[in-house]
Every structure is written in C-alpha cells, then in structure tokens.
Design a protein around this ligand. Structure first.
Ligand code: SF4
Length: 479
C-alpha cells in the first residue's frame, strides 16, 4: 500500500486537535519561558501528563527562574514535585541546575544541543524537545511513541529511538520536525497505544500497513471484581525490549504482578527507570554470568518474603527461579533451561525440572502456588505448529514432555488450556523465516496453578499482539 506521509500527518494533525495537548507543548503555546519549559520537560519524563502539570503548578508558584530554584533544598523539591516518576533523581537534577546555568550559561537556558546535554537530567529526548518547543529550532524529539508508530507505518525501520531520530532527520520533511513529537505522543497515548492499538476506530485504519501489529483487538486481561492481574513475559533481553517501549507496555497492562524471564542483565546495567518504576516494588535475580538468563518481578504489593533460587547452586547461578511469598499464595517465576540442539543440555534441564518440582511441592504444602514463566517445553502436539518435524527435538523431547505430564499428574493446572483447547495458540516464534508473521510458533510460556488454587483462577490469556521479544506475554486473573 502506498504510504503517503504528508497525507498521514495531515490526518493525524486534525485528529489530535480533539485530544489533550502534551503539557510541555501547552506551556510553549502559553508563552512560558525556556527555563520553565526545560524544568517541565525534565519533570515529564516517565510521568503522566496530569501529574507533571500538577507538579509544575506547585513548583512554579514558588519558582519563576534559576535564582528562586536555587533557594529550595533538595528535600523541599522532592516534596513539591512528588509523585512525578523518579522524583528523588529529578529533585537532585533540579537542585544542581541553577548553579550550572549560572556558571556556564549566564543563568540562561542554552540553545545548543551539546550544551543542553551537559545539564543535569537532560538526555537527547529532553534536549530535542527544549530546542523545538522553547526555541523553535529545527530538532526532532523522538519519544517512544514516535519511534514505535513510525515503525508501524514502515516509514522507518529502526530498532532504537536514536536510530529513528537519525532516519527521520534524513527523510521527514522539515516542516513536520517541530510538531511530530506532540502529535504522535497524543496519538500514541490515546489511539495507537503500545498495548492494543485501537485500529478499529483509527483514522488511519485504511492506509496503515500495521507493521508488527498482529491485530487491532483489545488485549483482554482477565477481569473479575477483586481479581489480581498477573502477567509473565520472556523479554529475551530487558535492555533491548526497554528500547522498544517496555515501560509503556508495563504501564498499559497495569498488572498487579509482572514477571520477566531472560532479562540478560545485571541490575546495575539497567536504566534507573526500569529498576524503580512508580507504583511497583521490583525484585531482580540475574545470572552470575553477564548477559545471560535471569528473572525479575514487578509487584504492586510488597511480598512478605522473596526467595532467590531453589537452593541448588548449579541452577541458582543462572538466576532461574524467583519466588515471592504473599499472605495467601506463593508466586514462582521460572525460566527453565533450554535442552539445546542435539539435546546437549537435556540432563541439566531434567535435573532442574525435578529439583523445581520438589521445591514447589514443598511450597504447596504451606499455601497456594502460582507458577509462571518460560518452561521451554511444548506439552502436547497442539502446542506447536510442527509437532511431527520437531518430535524428539529440544522443547518437544519425550523426557521434557513427560515432566509436564508428571506436573499435571501432581495436580497442576495449565491455566490457558482450562479456557482454550484450540490449536495455533503460541507464545514463542523463531526470529527466522518470518515465523511470527506466519504463526509458526510454540506455546512454551505458561501459568500453572496447584490444584488448591484452581478455583481462584478467573481467566487466562496469550497476548500475541505484544511485540518486542520473540516471546509474547501471557496472563491470568487470580482472586
Ligand atoms: S491503524 Fe492501528 S496500528 Fe495503524 S496507526 Fe492506527 S491504531 Fe496504530
């Protein structure tokens, strides 16, 4: 389909006139000073617009420029700007800002990219936004919405916001540079959302190629009054999926518990905003070996206790099992080993599976157990697209499948199969041969519940529309 950027931007510009204007752009329209626009931009990162607007209102009642900002202590700033995301870090940046501006820029906000980037708390996105919005300079701010939507349209084919910015600098007509961010942030927040883009009511439904969007249907999360929403996702590298909008996905799911497998990173290698997500406690269990395996959990409710591993060093070095104990259940997040090509690691995997089964049996004597994660096995022939040709291969070998049988025999429930017995429902697709596009996949990510918990299950879903990893998230509702 012929994708005409002028036509599309014209449609979007008209459409978002009915939407709420992002707070920083609104301030520019209202003629606020570059200093206030810079401060608002710093506050707005990873924060809902209404929260930023309220924090700006409180702050700008006391502060009209750098000297007044210098009068406030870091603690006072924290109180004023709370609850913006990362308010402690942002209070630190703001408290350093007046001194840097005074010493290096005569107390003014600089108008060059390199100078802006030297200010505390200012990254490329903030610098571009200040240049475009405060000074009307030719700059393209690329929020994750811009990066995501430009790729959905096929206008760019990039992996990171920085690559998108560079690609747009080459091909996007300059007349759109200053406004593209505001338009696509509004559009991305309200129509082309990272989870469940509303294609059926989208003004671009007829011309959008929807690259990487598998369907426009709403991502259903199990709901029942009082039910907890629990999500599990093998992200295959958290740093990579972060650049593809992970935080938007996390926010959109609004899950009570969000478990990750294969994070492939030490905590200190992760951006702060991934570790400290407003509204969540987070627990991390990376492998000893860098860039390999590892699990993590975000939870809205603080658990009574967190258990790292299953008490066997050989497995625990790989950060494969992370357990959160709540009042009425154990939540066990698992990344099972891959048996590997020619079943080279099958023995290790089976030993892990057996140790895991013993571990969860012990837990289930005390209270309900909910297990989730990438078990790296398709249980039955309807759980993969090509059972015949994969017979005996890693992930579909008799021993691995027998372990799943054993688990079921011990009373564990495969939550998804309680609601759906259809084939062609997968959670992992190879990156090769356009497997995801053709839905040649495997269902190897599960939520399993012990028999005591079955009556507490109120729904189970596979979210195949969510991109960013070679796996998609799975979820349950649990009362
Ligand atoms: S049609 Fe769907 S994918 Fe395309 S822009 Fe609209 S909401 Fe986004």
């Amino acid at each position: 389909m012929d994708f005409q950027i002028d036509k599309v931007i014209g449609i979007i510009t008209r459409e978002v006139r009915n939407y709420q204007t992002p707070v920083v752009d609104l301030m520019a329209v209202q003629g606020e000073s570059p200093f206030k626009i810079l401060v608002a931009t710093i506050l707005s990162a990873r924060t809902k617009d209404e929260v930023t607007a309220a924090a700006c209102k409180r702050l700008f009642k006391k502060v009209d420029g750098p000297p007044a900002l210098a009068e406030l202590s870091e603690t006072e700033l924290e109180k004023i700007i709370y609850p913006v995301g990362f308010y402690r870090n942002k209070a630190q940046y703001l408290s350093k800002l007046p001194k840097v501006l005074a010493e290096r820029f005569n107390g003014e906000v600089p108008q060059e990219m390199a100078d802006l980037l030297s200010l505390p708390g200012v990254g490329r996105k903030t610098a571009n936004l200040v240049l475009a919005v405060a000074f009307g300079k030719l700059a393209i701010c690329v929020d994750t919405h811009v990066h995501r939507i430009m790729n959905i349209w096929g206008y760019v084919k990039t992996s990171t916001p920085l690559q998108t910015e560079m690609a747009l600098r080459k091909k996007l007509p300059q007349k759109y540079w200053l406004t593209i961010n505001a338009n696509l942030v509004s559009f991305g927040q309200q129509t082309c959302k990272p989870v469940a883009p509303a294609c059926s009511r989208c003004v671009l439904a007829d011309c959008c190629p929807k690259i990487g969007v598998r369907s426009g249907k709403k991502a259903k999360l199990p709901t029942q009054a009082g039910a907890k929403k629990i999500v599990s996702w093998n992200v295959n590298g958290l740093r990579a999926v972060y650049k593809k909008g992970f935080l938007d996905i996390l926010k959109d799911f609004d899950a009570d518990i969000f478990a990750l497998q294969e994070i492939k990173a030490m905590v200190e290698q992760l951006p702060g905003e991934l570790v400290e997500v407003p509204g969540y406690y987070s627990y991390w269990y990376p492998a000893v070996k860098k860039g390999y395996s590892g699990t993590a959990v975000y939870t809205k409710k603080k658990p009574l206790e967190v258990l790292y591993g299953i008490g066997e060093d050989g497995f625990d070095q790989e950060g494969r099992v992370l357990t959160l104990e709540y009042e009425d259940f154990y939540f066990v997040n698992i990344y099972a080993p891959n048996a590997q090509c020619e079943l080279k690691r099958l023995d290790f995997k089976i030993a892990f599976n057996n140790a895991l089964l013993q571990y969860i049996e012990k837990l289930s004597k005390k209270k309900s157990v909910v297990l989730c994660g990438d078990l790296n096995v398709a249980h039955t022939s309807i759980d993969l697209a090509n059972p015949k040709s994969n017979e005996g291969n890693a992930g579909f070998s008799p021993l691995e499948r027998a372990w799943m049988d054993e688990l079921m025999a011990a009373g564990y429930i495969d939550s998804f199969r309680k609601y759906c017995s259809e084939p062609h429902k997968y959670t992992w697709w190879s990156y090769r041969f356009r497997a995801r596009e053709k839905n040649i996949g495997w269902r190897i990510d599960y939520f399993l519940l012990d028999s005591k918990s079955e009556s507490r299950l109120v729904g189970a879903e596979i979210h195949e529309d969510i991109m960013g990893s070679d796996h998609c998230p799975v979820s349950i509702g649990f009362v």
